[in-house]
Design a protein around this ligand. Structure first.
Ligand code: AMP
Ligand code: ZN
Length: 129
């Protein structure tokens, strides 16, 4: 199957890894909406909300909570969106189920700076420990 996120899980494509366990992988989005934009995916392939196994959904949501807390600590954010796009009409581009964890910063905040993905990833990983 030609799925880019399955290739990331298999280690065939690199990623800036944030978190991993037996069921879940989380890594930085390659085109971040804001600093720390993280994708949380089940290691087992499913397309989206319609076919994901409930155990995988629980696992990615639970991981997204931990990662949101770590992003809040690491990047001093003002808010966080957890978003799932389901279907092309909803903006889904990659058809391997995933949650977006996206930090939001108040207008005028100085945290919307650009940092190398690797540096942002290590800050979030440290806050997860
Ligand atoms: P969606 O619109 O919910 O399907 O979002 C897919 C997301 O995956 C987009 O925000 C892309 O920037 C991101 N993406 C695509 N390829 C990669 C990749 N190789 N590594 C990290 N993020 C990716
Ligand atoms: Zn996949």
């Amino acid at each position: 199957m030609d799925c880019i996120f399955c290739k990331i899980v298999a280690g065939e494509i690199p990623c800036d890894r944030i978190y991993e366990d037996t069921e879940v992988l989380a890594f930085l989005d390659i085109h971040p909406k804001t600093p720390g934009h993280t994708l949380v995916i089940p290691k087992t392939h499913s397309e989206n909300i319609y076919d994901i196994h409930s155990q995988s959904l629980t696992a990615i949501m639970s991981s997204a909570q931990k990662i949101a807390c770590a992003i809040k600590t690491a990047l001093a954010v003002d808010g966080i969106n957890v978003i799932m796009n389901n279907g092309a009409a909803a903006g889904q581009i990659v058809f391997h189920a995933h949650l977006h964890v996206i930090a939001r910063f108040a207008a005028g905040s100085n945290t919307s700076r650009h940092e190398e993905l690797g540096i942002v990833a290590s800050k979030i990983r440290e806050a997860l420990l």
